[in-house]
Design a protein. Structure first.
Ligand code: 3BY
Ligand code: FES
Ligand code: FE
Length: 432
């Protein structure tokens, strides 16, 4: 008997054709303290809404300033359909433009990074300087006004070496508050004077929100991250006291108090600030002690780079952690900075870009090796990738239903989801 061809139906969990009305309904009925309903991870329409309302309107972390150390150095970053050109101009300021020619729209720079004197379009050689002004366009006639055909700027902030962009015409204003509060924490690590020692891109087969939710808890750390937990205290990630963890937490808080007093006396702000769901540009920071030698997120817990980032009186500065909504986290140690940028590629595909920076005068093979510097987070990222990919597979099953967050260890996951739902609710009426 001839076998019937089987056509796979669209996944019912994706709520195929999630209309704006359906999205509004999903947002309204979101149950606080529970993971999101399946369409948030699967639906094409909600992915488009995320790109428009989250990645199109908020400050997103895309790169570190040491990726463009010299005048003329550039990188390109893709966010949905937008390609962004980030370039250091001749005054050493970092600028961002749409990577789109003002003649007939050709993409200007195809490569992900490089160096240029002027920006020359490959199509008809319109030429822009590094501030985006059109300085040359042949055959355009007498009446052509070069000044009104400069590159379209993209809002960019260089926050002590972390580069954030915003694609909206009017970016959230409260980033200024974030910057003002974060500068004193970050400045001592002098990221602007670092060089990139390594950068690794991972494509995770999962929705970007699963990647972010996973980052906001360490419930999974003991069971999954043998390398990271050598240096990381499991109580360091916003745990609230609970029946089982009260004792460990009290011990950890004692270590935090003692370490903070020591670091603050060295001029290193350390106290927690947490605005994850109370600001549009929500963030959290805290200088957290590391275990054992307490110096760095390495296998030995000692510094990975002999040349420190600054003239610190001690190597054991723990890690200044900085988490931002919607898409980044960072750890600043005495010897290196590790930064993570999460950019959605599709409903079930996400780019996680990890960048390790060391002092620009540090010499590879003498002061550090890339293998030792990157070992813990390469291993951890791979473990996290597996975890979120398994979650992505699970949420597509008919059996999936939102499950409860731990009140003790998943409070920051709830804050991520609450922020996300709130931001979508605020913007959903503007969707077509
Ligand atoms: O260290 C981090 O950035 C997060 C928090 C816990 C697990 N981890 C991937
Ligand atoms: Fe760029 Fe024509 S499209 S010069
Ligand atoms: Fe993890």
């Amino acid at each position: 008997m001839p076998t019937q061809p089987i056509t796979l139906q669209p996944n019912p969990n994706a709520a195929a054709g999630t209309s704006t009305a359906a999205l509004r309904e999903l947002l309204e009925r979101r149950r606080a303290g529970y993971s999101l309903e399946a369409p948030f991870y699967l639906s094409d329409e909600i992915f488009q809404a995320d790109m428009a309302l989250i990645f199109g309107r908020h400050w997103i972390f895309v790169a570190v300033a040491p990726q463009v150390p010299e005048a003329g150095d550039y990188i390109t970053v893709d966010v949905g359909h937008d390609s962004i050109l980030i370039v250091r101009d001749d005054d050493m300021q970092v600028q961002a433009f749409h990577n789109v020619c003002r003649h007939r729209g050709s993409r200007l720079c195809e490569a992900h990074q490089g160096s240029l004197g002027n920006i020359v379009c490959p199509y008809h050689q319109w030429t822009y300087d590094l501030t985006g002004q059109l300085i040359h366009a042949d055959h355009m006639g007498e009446s052509f006004d070069r000044r009104s055909h400069g590159l379209k700027p993209v809002h960019l902030r260089n926050l002590e070496g972390l580069l954030f962009i915003c694609l909206a015409d009017e970016p959230p204003q409260d980033f200024d508050q974030l910057a003002e509060r974060m500068r004193p924490y970050m400045a001592p690590h002098r990221l602007n004077e670092c060089k990139v020692a390594a950068q690794v891109d991972l494509i995770e087969q999962s929705n970007w929100k699963l990647t972010m939710e996973n980052n906001r808890e360490c419930y999974h750390c003991v069971g999954n991250h043998p390398e990271l937990t050598i240096s990381l205290f499991e109580h360091g990630f916003g745990y609230q006291p609970g029946p089982q963890n009260a004792e460990g937490l009290a011990r950890f808080e004692g270590i935090v108090r003692e370490s903070h007093a020591r670091w603050e006396a060295m001029g290193l702000p350390s106290a927690e600030i947490e605005t994850l769901d109370s600001m549009v540009s929500g963030f959290r920071t805290q200088r957290l002690p590391l275990d054992r030698a307490g110096q760095s997120q390495t296998m030995s817990t000692e510094v990975a780079c002999k040349k420190l980032l600054a003239d610190f009186p001690d190597k054991a500065l723990g890690g200044l952690s900085f988490w931002t909504q919607p898409n980044s986290w960072h750890h600043f140690m005495s010897d290196h900075v590790v930064s993570f940028s999460v950019i959605p590629v599709g409903p079930g595909r996400t780019l996680v870009r990890t960048t390790w920076c060391v002092h620009r005068d540090a010499v590879e093979g003498v002061d550090y090796t890339v293998e030792n510097l990157t070992r813990v987070w390469n291993a951890t990222n791979d473990q996290d990738r597996r975890l979120v990919e398994e979650s992505q597979i699970g949420v597509a099953s008919r059996a999936y239903e939102p499950g409860p967050y731990s009140p003790y260890t998943e409070g920051l996951v709830e804050k991520f989801c609450a922020w996300y739902v709130d931001r979508l609710r605020a913007g959903v009426s503007t969707l077509r």
